[in-house]
Design a protein around this ligand. Structure first.
Ligand code: NAD
Length: 296
């Protein structure tokens, strides 16, 4: 079985490599990023999204946002025009649930099934093949691709119909953003009070306040390392999708609105390409206090 993999960025590249290591045959394409390292591991290249779809039964996409997925599927030389009756599209990008449903509807008329299967865990877990994968779509289609997803993730969960994966991912992104904001306020406060932030981290990380976010983000904050990781621009995209979805549902999300404004301010300051842990830079500037390691 040949799998198409489209979008070889921070996440897609290591995910594609894990499929190659698991023995799958891959046809890959990226609009701009070089793919030579993936080809050297045995993948075949293609010249367009359409060509990938015409050479594979299962096509995986890992692209930034809704318009990118829409273009890759339904734009010029898109997947929809190369796919066959019975092909399956697994879109692993984090996009608006309403757009997943709309694209799936278009594909259905061509006999192509679609799952939305966004991921959580970031680049380290993409490399390890231990992502959390949240899936929306038909249960039989899900079962047919589950073994492939299990090569990229350690947790693979079918949540409901198409769009459900991305709705769960929005919930995930709200929790991650608010968690980083809470960590930021708390560590700026305790550092300004004269405490060593590294010692505070050691003291609290295994208690109730501890979290995966804290364990991953605080060490890099202490090092002053804001290399992405997960770019602020992408988190803005997720929270805009979350706020739009919440408005459609009539659900108030005041905390999400607040962190979204913080992220936008950081983007205006030129930090759009920094890791989302740079949320702490906003709080550091307000308090004129940097949370860094005292004994590097
Ligand atoms: P990225 O920008 O590094 O990679 C996206 C790739 O898609 C780029 O190489 C780009 O050239 C390619 N691309 C864009 N449009 C295309 C098109 N029409 N046809 C072919 N290729 C196209 O992004 P990323 O960090 O890998 O994130 C991908 C998705 O995964 C996003 O939705 C993001 O929110 C989500 N995500 C990212 C992380 C993370 O930590 N980076 C974690 C979880 C989920």
């Amino acid at each position: 079985m040949r799998i198409g993999f489209i979008g070889l960025g921070i996440m897609g590249r290591p995910m594609a490599k894990n499929l190659l290591r698991a023995g799958y045959s891959l046809v890959v394409y990226d609009k701009t990023a070089p793919v030579s390292d993936v080809l050297s591991l045995g993948a075949e290249g293609a010249a367009s999204n359409r060509e990938v779809a015409s050479r594979c039964d299962i096509i995986i996409t890992m692209l930034p946002n809704s318009p990118d997925v829409y273009e890759a599927v339904l734009g010029v030389d898109g997947i929809a025009f190369g796919a066959r009756d019975g092909s399956i599209l697994v879109d692993m990008s984090s996009i608006a649930p309403a757009v997943s449903r709309a694209i799936s509807g278009e594909l259905q008329t061509r006999g192509v099934a679609m799952l939305d299967a966004p991921v959580s865990g970031g680049q380290p877990k993409a490399v390890d093949g231990t992502l959390a994968i949240m899936v929306g779509g038909d249960p039989a289609v899900f079962e047919s691709v589950r073994p492939i997803l299990e090569k990229m993730g350690s947790s693979v969960t079918l949540i409901g119909p198409v769009g459900s994966g991305n709705t769960a991912k929005l919930a995930n992104q709200i929790i991650v953003a608010l968690n980083i904001a809470a960590i930021s306020e708390a560590f700026v406060l305790s550092t300004r009070a004269g405490l060593d932030p590294e010692v505070v981290f050691t003291a609290i990380k295994d208690g109730l306040a501890g979290s995966t976010v804290m364990n991953v983000k605080v060490p890099s904050i202490l090092d002053g390392n804001f290399e992405p990781g997960f770019r602020i621009q992408l988190h803005i995209k997720d929270l805009v999708n979350a706020v739009d979805t919440a408005h459609d549902l009539g659900v108030p999300v005041p905390l999400t609105d607040h962190v979204l404004e913080t992220l936008r301010e950081l983007e205006r300051e030129g930090l759009g390409a920094a890791d989302h842990s740079a949320i702490i830079r906003y709080y550091e500037e307000l308090a004129h206090t940097e949370v860094r390691r005292r004994h590097p």
